[in-house]
Ligand binder design. Sequence first.
Ligand code: PXP
Length: 242
Amino acid sequence: MGPRLGVNIDHVATLRQVRGGHEPEPVAAALLAQGAGAQGITVHLRADRRHIQDRDVRLLKEVLAVPLNIECAATPEAVASVVSFQPQWATLVPETREELTTQGGLDAVFLQAHLRAVVRDLRSADIRVSLFVDPSLDQVRMAAKLEADAVELNTGLYSDLPMGSDPAPELARIKEAARLASRLGMRVLAGHGLDLRNVGAIASIPEIQELNIGHSIVGRSVLVGFEAAVREVLLALRDGAP
Ligand code: PXP
């Protein structure tokens, strides 16, 4: 039994936003992921709403049977939105407008006073809180001190290692951080940049209970689904007008 899988559907919404229309529908993708066995759905509700929209979150909360996890910045506006949507989980992440994707983990040590209040507000709204942090023992200790229910260890550095370089030191950092987080009583997740090639070593760390994977699943789905999509159009051409 490996870890549970949370599927991040942000980039289904990215594809929709490119044309500003209705397709592909992220809620449909979430239901397909759930049907395929995913144990959770994650969305990042960014301040600039560049992919996931409020309406997506509202619908997801209504239709999903698996827990919904909303990633957001620790700002008053984002936290108020998350509270209004009442997901089962919120994951606090650093967020800047210029980034293409989340860059690095939260500095929970530097931001401790601010994060303490945000974690308390979310928890008192009955939302469990995860902090996305780099795999550092100081960050994990601080997350426990701030009474986070979980930490999500950033696997970005591991995933971005150049081909041929030794992953052992970064894997050791992730393992040690996972062990400490588990010992401190938090749920342990990991994610960022995971794909079919690099996920095995992370999935076999026993303390890691869940992985959040997005881009590689959405990217792969374009390839494994491409033939079927072309065949559907060919059938429609052959059948002609109804
Ligand atoms: N975890 C967090 C906190 C993230 O911000 C992201 C990216 O939105 C992911 C996991 C998923 O990363 P990826 O899309 O690279 O699989």
